[in-house]
Design a protein around this ligand. Sequence first.
Ligand code: FAD
Length: 319
Amino acid sequence: MAEVLVLVDHLDGAVRKPTLELLTLARRLGEPVAVHLGPGVDTVAPTLAEHGAVKILAADAPEFADYLVVPKVDALQAAYEAVSPVAVLASSSAEGKEIAARLALRIGSGLITDAVDLEAGEGPVATQSVFAAAFTARSRVTTGTPVITVKPNSAPVEPAPSAGAVEPLSVSFSKTATGTEVVSRTPRESTGRPDLTDAAIVVSGGRGVGDGENFHFIESLADSLGAAVGASRAAVDAGWYPHTHQVGQTGKSVSPQLYIAAGISGAIQHRAGMQTSMTIVAINKDEEAPIFDLVDYGVVGDLFEVVPALTEEINLRKA
Ligand code: FAD
């Protein structure tokens, strides 16, 4: 059966959820072969096998951590040459997209980024949500082996136990591999919340929150749901929440199972970053707010009443 390469995204000895989603999609196209770069393959191999990896090609070298993406591109290219896959999949993170684009260029293949679905066909057919989610495009790579990046939360995580045998991947690094050295790393202060772009649930606050201090209402609701916190540009520009949490055209694109917008009007630039969410809920005191045109559930009300009541009810039901 045809093999499909899946580049593994992992952190601190754990496979990140978007990789497990990629394994679900890869199984539609053929047999998933995971490519694990860096330390800790033995720790993550059982998870990859449990989610359908028939084989895990593993390489570890200081270059993966000490330099920017080129060593990983070299390794993915080595895996591509070893396997001759029908497709190469990576997650639509900044790093995943850069590695995928560089690989596609090297192997003379077409590249599709930010897919939200994949179907088997005469070459995989990728669905993208484009122009602020106003259009859905379905496309297929016509040159070379398709290299496709997929947005987090585009597919379910489905166990499908497989052999998952670990095999060493031999990599010779190119001259450019050591061209850009990482000179320092500053760990981001952990909030204990999931990463905004991977999160299955996102709770966002906008100008209606009124003040940075009031963002604790949004954070408490997020914590009751195990969600990430997002913000509109208005809230971020006002200095109420860090820019890294901005959702929208000039912020992050999120596509969670559930997106809750509180005190956000629903400007087109905000929608561009969240419109592909599976279920959208808005809390807004203006029943004419444009966000209500796109929601699955809308609450017309004051967020300072609705959000704490919702948080309390969720916490009660969890108890
Ligand atoms: P507002 O539009 O002011 O809406 C606030 C909402 O809160 C209102 O609907 C109001 O009814 C409601 N409200 C007020 N008080 C309460 C209350 N107590 N309870 C309930 N509801 C209440 N925006 C983004 O978000 N992300 C982007 O990436 C982005 N990129 C942009 C790029 C460009 C080039 C441009 C020009 C703009 C961009 N914007 C972006 C800005 C965007 O156009 C809007 O200005 C912004 O999204 C508005 O944020 P908001 O909905 O929080 O604020």
